[in-house]
Structure formats: structure tokens, C-alpha cells
Write a protein that binds this ligand. Structure first.
Ligand code: UTP
Length: 595
């Protein structure tokens, strides 16, 4: 159908003739009309009426067209195919037998852990960090970008500052600027750029950081993939998912550029996980030791727990597929195949299928090939809510989606997929939930994943490191803060400039004791030998460049002391109190300890 002969689109053509649109926009409209999308233009007003709205509408179509590999014709083509498959309601696991994935268990420390970590540190010189930070954070309900939220409020370090400090310290140590690629979205892009600029890239070189912005995709209103309108002249757009990172690394040429500059591994991390660099190096080391092309950092999972399980699906006539299976699908799949009792615990009480936390180590060479062959569109799916059992119309508009952990679905050349298990607190404690929802999760025995639990776990990881170095730790009793468990002390912050690895901590700390509500913060080239930080005391040691500090047989004395002060109900409800404190329910303040 040509635009000139389409009865419904005469109005669009009249507007086009009136000079409202560029040649490219007219061509796009023609393509859309001949592709079954004439409804987008059918009720247009005559030239001169709402021209600005028409221009904006065409611009939004142009953006969506430019953002998707192959443009909107490819998007609707893929959508029609996936919708037709969804209408059949086929079982995606037909013919699949779930089995344990290939995995390495580093959930406790020991020689294997140390070997993996030291290998990983070496390989980190050839790694780029990919931070996916385009998410809305609706569950948390924070008004700024999640990367700006402090992971701890003793010194108030934002997640972005924390990540950057690790990359900066590692770059210095390894003698190579480790690239940081951040995926933003229209919700987080300007905030992320503003934060980087305002903080001078947190000490990273500006050329070390690349920002890739993901775009929303058009929503689909029916089985023919008709693009949905929010209102006249306004396209309804929805998030496509964090799998966009694969598309963007391909279409921007970034993946290729990284490979050309000698990068061999990509480490994918989330926006609010202060624990990630505890485990990341050992995971990269495992990739190197085991030859994993795709390695999921995962956690032990209790059967039935609401977290996706990673399973190796043994398939007839096709290579095994190791992939995340959503927990609500895993149990029925097990019951229908290898385990009539469903997902059962092993002798340690854990499922055979470890929990996916979306922290990935991907080898760049095979990844480039997959990006090349898929055009960067990785494992897209559609999940329409059908109006009835005829499966022909939707309750509300749907859209194509993509998840970064689904990449193995695009592997076709025998890529090696494995899993590295770590203790959950050591590798993952995200800030995803508002306080009431987090308290409800605690009541249901699930991880709260609140700002407070993330901070609690951040200090706990510090204590774990000190303990591993032989320091004696005497913790305060655990208390409940607004329904969420919190161990107030000792609060330990070991900055990456002090130690990148567990073995660094062991080298730099010998013996000593820290007790109760004490605070210890170490930064730079610091050595502690038999140092005591009693309850109610603080020790902050910051060694500046080239000026190492060693303390031996030293006991901190009372002075300025940090302590946690719960917010009152009025404060919790008050806009005068910074939102980053209200989402955790307390502040940490400093005052002189009475002697
Ligand atoms: P989350 O599961 O935390 O989702 O995403 P979210 O969208 O940020 O938060 P809710 O569900 O609205 O509460 C996991 C990671 O993927 C990123 C997030 O920023 C986070 O780091 N993400 C998610 C993207 O980068 N883009 C997306 O479209 C979705």
C-alpha cells in the first residue's frame, strides 16, 4: 500500500506536504503504513492543527526506529513471531531434563578461594566493568537515581562512588585503566551524568567511563503487533529490560572497541550491590581456570525460594542449555521430569539449582561472535496477559522484553557455561525494597534487600575480612530496626585503596580486637599489627599517596564516636530529612564519647 492511496492516511500525507516532516520521517511513515500500522496516522488533524504534537509523535517514532536493530519493521516482525508462539501456549521446556549446572563452590574461604581470587586479580587488568543502571527502582520508590544512594552512612559513600573507588584502586594497582561502561535509561541518564560530573568522575579518567543509554520500546496492542498509543499523537512506550545492554554494547561498537583494546572479560554488575567486589575477582578467576565463556555468580538457594534457579537443561538433539529458570517454573519442571517431589534440598539444605543474582562474567571473544550473529538482539520474549482462553487479545498492551542473563539461549558454538557459588552476604545484598515491603519479606524469611540490610551487610563483609585476617571481633547483639535485622557494630569499612582482595587484608592486618559499637575505617597503604578498637571508640586511618601508615600494639581511645540513631516517626515522614536516610530509618552521627 502506498501512502498516497491509503484512504486513512491522506491526512498524514497532507501534513507531510505542508512541510512538517523530513524525508526520513516520511519514509518511516510509509514503511509503517505498508507494515500494518496505518492506525498511527488515520485520524490526523488537517495541517495547522496540533502541528507540534505531530512533530513530536514522528520524532518519537524516529527514536524508537533508530534504537532497535533493523528499526521498527524488525521490531514488529519479531513481535509477530513471538506473539504467534505465545498464542500456542507451548511449554518452553518441552523435552528438557533439568540437571545440576557445571559449578564451582566458593561459598567458604580456603586455598581454592585464594587461588581463584589471585587469578582473578591478574585477569582484572583485562576486564571491563559493565554496570546496568537503567532500572526504575519502583520497589524502592527513591526519587533520585539509585547509584546516588549511599551504601553506608557513616561516611556516606554512594554506590557509584564505591564502584568507582574499586575500579580506581584496581587500575592503579594493575597499571591499566579499567573501563567502566554504564547503561542508563531515560529515567537515569541525566542523573548519572550529573553525578559523574559533579564528583569529577570519582577519580576515574573521563575517558575511562562510557555511558550507553537504553531506550524504551513501543508497546503492542494486539496479536498483529499494532503499536499502541497512549493518546492521539503519543506512542505508548515501555522498558525493554536489562538485556538491552547486549544490544547497546554491539550497536555502539563498544564491545568491539573493548576487545581491540585488549579486554578479555566483561563483569556485569547491578546498580545497588555493595558486596559485588568481594566476590567478583574470584569469579573472574574461576572463569579463567575453568574456561567458562559465561559464568554466573550465584548463591545457595533453599528449594522454593523466590529466586530463579540456574539449571542445565539436557535436550534431545540439541546441546545442553545452562540457564536461569524462574522459581515458579522450576518446581513444576522438576515434578514433570526428574524429581516427582519437586525441588528438594541436598544434605546442606540447599537446592541443586543455585540462585541467580544477575552478576555475570562473560568472556569477550565468544560474546562478540554472538553479538555479531544476533545483531545484538539477545533472547527476546513477549509475555502478553491474554484477555481470555482464546489467546487472541490482551488485557493491556504488551511489549518485547530481554534479560541479560538469558544470553546463553543465543549460544550456538559449544560455549562453556558455568556457575560460581558464593556465600550470599559476601556477594550480593541489594537495595531494592522500601522499608515496609522489606519488613514483610523478613517476616516471610526472605532477604529484605532494603537500604538498611544492604548497609548492615556492607559492615558485616568488613568484619568477615577482619576475622579472616585473624582479628577478634565482638559484635553487638542483633536488633530489629523497623522490622529489619541490624547488627550495629562494629562497623568496618575497608576501602578498596586499602585492600582489593582477601589476601590483601590478611597481609595488612595481624591480630588485634574490635568490639561492640566501634568503628574502623581503613584507606590507603595501612598496616595494623595487634590493634584494638574498644566498644565506643573509632579508628579512622587514611594513608595518603606514598605515605604508608603502620600501627603496632595500639589501642584506640575514646574521642569522636559514631553511633546509630533511629529516626523518629516524625522524621521518617518529614521531607526535611534526606530521603537516603528515610529509606533506611536511621542516621549515623558522630559525637564525643564521654570519658
Ligand atoms: P532490578 O531488578 O533492580 O529492577 O534490576 P529495577 O527496574 O531497577 O527496579 P524495580 O523492579 O523497578 O524495583 C536489576 C538491574 O538491572 C538494571 C537495574 O538498574 C538494576 O541494576 N536495569 C533494569 C536496567 O539497567 N534496565 C532495565 O530496563 C531494567
Amino acid at each position: 500500500m502506498s501512502i498516497k492511496s491509503a484512504q486513512q492516511t491522506v491526512a498524514f500525507f497532507e501534513n507531510a506536504s505542508a512541510g512538517l516532516f523530513s524525508e526520513a520521517e516520511i519514509q518511516l511513515a510509509e514503511d509503517l503504513i505498508s507494515n500494518g500500522q496505518e492506525h498511527l496516522f488515520s485520524d490526523w488533524d488537517a495541517p495547522g492543527i496540533r502541528d507540534e504534537a505531530k512533530r513530536e509523535f514522528m520524532a518519537s517514532l524516529g527514536n524508537a526506529h533508530a534504537a532497535y536493530p533493523g528499526g521498527l519493521p524488525a521490531y514488529t516482525r519479531n513481535a509477530r513471531r513471538l506473539l504467534a508462539e505465545a498464542a500456542l501456549g507451548a511449554n518452553p521446556f518441552e523435552g528438557c531434563m533439568p540437571a545440576e549446572p557445571d559449578m564451582v563452590d566458593l561459598s567458604s574461604f580456603g586455598p581454592d578461594y585464594d587461588a581463584a581470587e589471585s587469578e582473578g586479580l591478574r585477569c582484572f587488568a583485562e576486564t571491563a566493568v559493565i554496570l546496568v543502571a537503567g532500572g526504575l527502582g519502583e520497589r524502592l520508590g527513591y526519587h533520585g537515581i539509585k547509584l546516588d544512594i549511599p551504601v553506608e552512612v557513616t561516611e556516606t559513600t554512594s554506590y557509584l562512588a564505591h564502584y568507582a573507588s574499586f575500579i580506581k584502586a584496581a587500575s592503579k594497582r594493575l597499571g591499566r585503566q579499567i573501563p567502566l561502561i554504564i547503561m542508563t535509561s531515560r529515567d537515569t541518564d541525566s542523573g548519572t551524568r550529573a553525578s559523574l560530573e559533579a564528583n569529577h568522575f570519582f577519580g576515574l579518567e573521563s575517558g575511562q567511563v562510557t555511558i550507553l543509554r537504553q531506550e524504551l520500546v513501543p508497546a503492542l496492542s494486539d496479536m498483529n503487533a499494532s503499536l499502541a498509543l497512549e493518546e492521539k499523537y503519543k506512542l505508548l512506550l515501555k522498558p525493554h529490560g536489562h538485556g538491552d545492554i547486549h544490544t547497546l554494547l554491539h550497536t555502539s561498537g563498544t564491545a568491539k572497541k573493548l576487545a581491540d583494546s585488549g579486554v578479555r572479560y566483561l563483569l556485569f554488575i547491578q546498580d545497588t550491590n555493595g558486596q559485588v567486589f568481594n566476590a567478583a575477582l574470584a569469579a573472574i578467576g574461576v572463569s579463567e581456570q575453568r574456561g567458562y565463556d559465561f559464568n554466573s555468580i550465584a548463591v545457595n538457594r533453599i528449594p522454593g525460594e523466590a529466586v530463579g534457579g540456574i539449571a542445565r537443561l539436557v535436550r534431545d538433539g540439541a546441546p545442553d542449555l545452562t540457564i536461569n529458570v524462574e522459581y515458579n517454573l522450576l518446581d513444576p519442571l522438576l515434578r514433570a521430569t526428574v524429581s516427582p517431589e519437586g525441588d528438594v534440598p541436598n544434605e546442606d539444605g540447599f537446592s541443586k539449582f543455585p540462585g541467580n543474582i544477575n552478576l555475570l562474567v562473560i568472556r569477550l571473544a565468544p560474546y562478540l561472535k554472538v553479538l555479531e550473529s544476533s545483531g545484538g538482539i539477545v533472547a527476546e520474549f513477549v509475555n502478553p496477559k491474554f484477555a481470555d482462553s482464546t489467546r487472541t487479545s490482551f488485557k493491556k498492551p504488551s511489549r518485547l522484553e530481554t534479560l541479560m542473563q538469558d544470553l546463553p539461549k543465543s549460544f550456538a558454538s559449544g560455549e562453556k557455561v558455568g556457575v560460581t557459588i558464593f556465600d550470599r552476604l559476601w556477594c550480593f545484598s541489594a537495595c531494592k525494597n522500601n522499608l515496609p515491603d522489606a519488613a514483610q519479606k523478613v517476616a516471610q524469611n526472605a532477604p529484605p534487600e532494603s537500604a538498611s540490610s544492604a548497609e548492615n551487610d556492607f559492615y558485616e563483609a568488613g568484619r568477615i575480612k577482619l576475622r579472616a585476617a585473624g582479628m577478634t571481633i565482638e559484635e553487638t547483639p542483633r536488633q530489629m530496626l523497623l522490622g529489619i535485622p541490624f547488627t550495629t557494630g562494629p562497623r568496618v569499612i575497608l576501602r578498596p585503596s586499602f585492600a582489593l582482595t582477601l589476601s590483601d587484608v590478611r597481609e595488612r592486618i595481624r591480630g588485634g580486637r574490635i568490639s561492640g559499637d566501634a568503628t574502623l575505617i581503613l584507606e590507603g597503604d595501612v598496616h595494623l599489627d595487634n590493634v584494638t578498637v574498644p566498644d565506643g571508640c573509632s579508628l579512622i586511618v587514611q594513608a595518603k599517596e606514598e605515605h604508608p601508615i603502620s600501627l603496632k600494639d595500639f589501642t584506640a581511645t575514646p574521642g569522636l564516636h559514631f553511633f546509630l540513631q533511629p529516626l523518629t516517626n516524625d522524621e521518617l515522614a518529614s521531607n526535611e530529612i534526606p530521603e537516603y536516610l528515610r529509606i533506611r530509618g536511621y542516621r549515623i552521627i558522630q559525637k564525643a564519647t564521654p570519658v
